[in-house]
Write a protein that binds this ligand. Structure first.
Ligand SMILES: Cc1ncc(COP(=O)(O)O)c(C=O)c1O
Length: 459
């Protein structure tokens, strides 16, 4: 109960530290489940939850077989996407399910209704809990996770923060992300570094059954002067899952620090960053994680942390500066966005990472198979599940990718859904259309896309 003295409207729970712990989630639970039974179900599902999966998802814990359409259509119904729209561009921008959306709104309300309490009291315990969940989700230790604002932000913190000297070589591929390549070009010019880009644009790299060819190509680019190496975990162009472990192992053996651009995988594929063997891994919250826009994380392996220095540092000068946390000390941050990250983790954990990945692989194989059966269509995704996951790029004979994307959206001769895809292009004249599949996409929508491609391929 709040005091009736309006001039001193202090929440009395402030005086009792134990009561403060659950405070940040209490309002949400109360409104959402509205009853002891619901609250019990919610709490048993996850005792440290900042954004519970919505009430109608309580019986959906643990996932379901990948082809259980009834279950997965219910999951798809958790998204706010307009009726009649097939959203297949999570690889660029993810959208949040209702529980995450709701948790974020609740957090904004908390900030605006009680800012002092939010920043002084709720923020740090919440961040610690969310960090713990994030670390468990990606197979890292808590001290190895720094929250960031995007993949690019994490790539910047990792790459710009390592010590390199004139003449050192830095290595990437020509299929890496444009912003990352620009960052590397900028620093190379500024600091007199030699930037080398391994060419993986040849068609033989597109639908590889054996990824050793890529490992060999990257290895051939390494010289005794190479100090830093970055590759994408999944190439955003053709959806190829790079042999990250093999490449990181060989870099490690040569003392080269590795930073992986993991824009897409978290939330798409089960990750174990320790097992993957990279020194750093930057990822987004606003793609397959389905968290708020402007969120992400950077993993810095424990034994690599002292090689990365913050560019902006507002933490205590007496800190021992070990761990990734030092990279996060950059002044104010967004409480509500990070709460949404916690809620997104709860959403994924509720369905389970395994069930989500299996569902995405099922939809992907359905799409690949359907598209391959259409005459005139080329699919740039490997049938080998080690080399592909949930991004499927394709082209239709002589049709321009931008025309395909436009037709799928506006569908002038088509009564199916407005399907949102995107164009992708890269070196070596690679130009295609990309579909990103996630749990808001149903098997019916995948089939409708195949029909629509078939329709266009005839024209
Ligand atoms: C491989 C890759 N890296 C980086 C980015 C940029 O991601 P962010 O928006 O999280 O900075 C993208 C965006 O699509 C991407 O696909």
């Amino acid at each position: 109960m709040h005091t009736t003295d309006r001039a001193l409207n202090i929440d009395p729970r402030i005086e009792d530290p134990d009561k403060l712990k659950p405070l940040s989630r209490r309002g949400f639970i109360g409104r959402l489940v509205g009853g002891v039974a619901g609250a019990t179900a919610f709490l048993s599902m996850s005792p440290k939850t900042y954004g519970a999966p919505a009430e109608e998802m309580f019986d959906m814990a643990g996932g379901a077989p990948a082809d259980d359409e009834t279950y997965w259509e219910r999951v798809a119904d958790q998204f706010l996407i307009r009726k009649g729209v097939s959203y297949m561009n999570t690889g660029t921008r993810g959208v949040s399910p209702r529980s995450v959306h709701q948790a974020q709104i609740e957090a904004v309300e908390r900030v605006n209704s009680d800012p002092n309490m939010t920043w002084s009291t709720y923020f740090f315990p919440a961040m610690n809990e969310i960090r713990e969940k994030m670390a468990a989700f990606v197979g890292a230790n808590i001290d190895e996770i720094a929250f960031t604002n995007s993949t690019t932000d994490g790539m910047g913190l990792g790459f710009m923060g390592i010590e390199l000297k004139r003449g050192d070589e830095i290595l990437t591929t020509n299929y890496d992300y444009g912003w990352v390549k620009n960052m590397m070009k900028y620093r190379a010019k500024r600091d007199g570094l030699a930037l080398k880009m391994v060419d993986i644009s040849e068609p033989r790299f597109r639908t590889l059954e054996n990824s050793q060819e890529v490992v060999n190509a990257v290895e051939a680019g390494i010289t005794p002067k190479t100090r830093f190496l970055t590759i994408c975990h999944i190439n955003y162009t053709d959806g190829f899952v790079m042999p990250v472990k093999e490449i990181c192992d060989l870099a490690r053996a040569k003392g080269i620090i590795t930073l992986i651009d993991g824009a897409q995988p978290p939330g798409m594929m089960k990750l174990d960053l320790h097992e993957l063997g990279c020194d750093m891994y930057a990822a987004a919250g606003h793609k397959y994680m389905l968290a708020a826009q402007h969120t992400g994380f950077l993993y810095v392996r424990e034994d690599a942390a002292d090689r990365v220095q913050p560019l902006v540092y507002t933490g205590s000068p007496d800190s021992d500066m070990s761990g990734a946390g030092k990279l996060e000390q950059r002044g104010s941050s967004s409480y509500s966005d990070r709460i949404a990250m916690g809620a997104a983790l709860d959403f994924h954990n509720h369905l389970t990472r395994e069930a989500v990945e299996a569902r995405l692989r099922y939809l992907t194989q359905r799409l690949i198979k359907g598209l391959k059966a259409v005459e005139g269509v080329t699919v740039y995704a490997s049938d080998n599940p080690r080399n592909s996951c949930a991004l499927v790029s394709f082209s239709i004979r002589d049709k321009k990718p931008s025309d395909i994307v436009g037709s799928m959206w506006y569908g002038p001769n088509w009564n199916g859904p407005n399907t949102y895809l995107r164009t992708v292009s890269a070196s070596g004249d690679f130009s295609a259309v990309r579909a990103s599949l996630h749990v808001m996409v149903t098997a019916k929508q995948v089939d409708a896309l195949i029909d629509m491609v078939g329709f266009m391929a005839k024209g």
